[in-house]
Ligand binder design. Structure first.
Ligand code: HEM
Length: 406
């Protein structure tokens, strides 16, 4: 019996508990899975996902008008096309690459050291909640030029905005909560924008406030949408990747020992973590014309979800795809954080992640700091590993014990 006939659903508790268990069946038996409750198609084969993400005429980001714009308070980068997309994307890219990135690595180091300090002597911390989440928000606030002391408020609003974008079905109450978060975040940002227009600095918000597009400065609405875009896009996948990296290394002690001996292997360990367990599991697009995949027609107007986790484990793209192996010959580490990456964890095509190099620097810097400190690192007694999320996915917590650092 095919998966299509078994009542299988990506909205089921079974799938949510361990999506990777269904990837092979989906790719082989139901590669164009239709989900009637949300009237959407789920593509799981590598070639199909790549086709959707690179054929910008046939598959657009139009879905974001309803999926993201209400909480972003305006159009986000991924919705833009042509010259507008190129110009605005360039402003954001410049803030996260080249000389700017070198300055940020120092700030990343300082942020990590400050957040870690209270836990080192204890010999125990939750890598997700004690460190990863505050760290990823702190670092993003630094780049944007926002006050780090506001991180808890910003993190709370951020999680409401992210919930709106990443939920496949929202109750009216949750929708209201998400909209409240977005409105409060907007109210917090407006006076900052006004101040940066008068008195710009070196930060990304100042650059957005002073940039011109077609000779016209960006409106407050445009600037707010881009700030929220960067905040949400940057913080959530980075903290998940860091926690997943440590989980996989702890679960593969020989590979952990190799990385500890040779930190140059960290880039491969991060790339393999991204391939094996992409923090962004789904990328939505809208079909602009009837398109055929594996003999099934996806009609014009349909919402299509690219299943990045399933595509990254397609045996047509990677050998022994269900094995975590930082030495795999088909990983292509050097390309893994560029537009030529073989894995699809940063997307591909026009809208591929602008923060890939920054994410690598962020995770590599912190992991290089943590690994020598976390002697004999292991899960804390009684710890039970749990992951959550269909759209973005990562550990709920990761409680680790290590030799206390005096
Ligand atoms: C491991 C960390 C990260 C992962 C896995 C990740 C993943 C992704 C993915 C899958 C996309 C493509 C979305 C699409 O095609 O619709 C994307 C786009 C984007 N990412 Fe990342 N991201 C990460 C870190 C970051 C960081 C640190 C930033 C900070 C700038 C960032 C900013 C963006 C932006 C602005 C876009 C939209 C680009 C466009 O539409 O032109 N991301 N990211």
């Amino acid at each position: 019996m095919s998966v299509a006939d078994t009542g299988f659903s990506v909205l089921s508790e079974d799938f949510a508990a361990a999506p990777h268990r269904s990837f092979a069946r989906l790719r082989e038996q139901d590669p164009v899975h239709y989900e009637p409750a949300i009237d959407s198609y789920f593509l799981s084969r590598y070639e199909d996902v790549k086709r959707v993400l690179t054929d910008h005429e046939a598959f657009t980001t139009e879905t974001l008008v309803v999926r993201a714009e209400p909480v972003m308070r305006g159009p986000v980068l991924a919705q833009m096309t042509g010259a507008e997309h190129t110009a605005k994307r360039r402003i954001v890219v410049r803030a996260f690459t080249g000389p700017a990135l070198q300055d940020q690595i120092r700030a990343i180091h300082a942020n990590a050291a400050e957040l870690l300090a209270p836990f080192l002597a204890r010999g125990r911390f939750d890598l997700v909640n004690d460190f990863g989440k505050p760290f990823a928000i702190h670092v993003t606030l630094d780049v944007l030029g926002l006050d780090r002391r506001d991180w808890q408020r910003v993190a709370a609003w951020h999680s409401g905005v992210a919930e709106f974008i990443t939920s496949l079905a929202l109750t009216p109450e949750r929708r209201r909560h998400c909209m409240d978060c977005a409105e409060q975040l907007e109210a917090y940002l407006l006076p900052v924008i006004e101040q940066r227009r008068r008195n710009p600095g070196d930060d990304l918000i100042s650059k957005l406030c002073t940039a011109e597009f077609d000779g016209i400065a960006m409106s407050d609405r445009d600037v707010i949408a881009l700030i929220i875009n960067v905040l949400v896009a940057s913080a959530e996948p980075a903290d998940k990747t860091l926690a997943l990296l440590f989980k996989h290394l702890i679960d593969h002690p020989e590979q952990l020992a190799q990385v500890r001996r040779d930190p140059d292997l960290l880039a491969a360990a991060i790339a393999e973590t991204l391939r094996y367990t992409p923090p962004v599991q789904l990328i939505p697009r809208q079909a602009e014309e009837d398109s055929v995949f594996a003999g099934t027609t996806v009609p014009a107007g349909a919402t299509v979800f690219c299943m990045i986790g399933a595509a990254n484990r397609d045996p047509g793209a990677f050998t022994a795809p269900d094995t975590f192996d930082i030495h795999r010959p088909d990983l292509g580490t050097a390309r893994s954080f560029t537009a030529a990456a073989q894995h699809l964890s940063f997307g591909t095509g026009l809208h591929q992640c602008v923060g890939a190099a920054f994410a690598r620097a962020e995770i590599e810097t912190v992991a290089a700091m943590l690994l020598p400190l976390l002697d004999q690192v292991r899960y804390s007694p009684g710890f039970r590993y749990q992951e959550a999320g269909l759209y973005t996915r990562g550990p709920l917590s990761l409680s680790l014990d290590f030799t206390p650092v005096r």
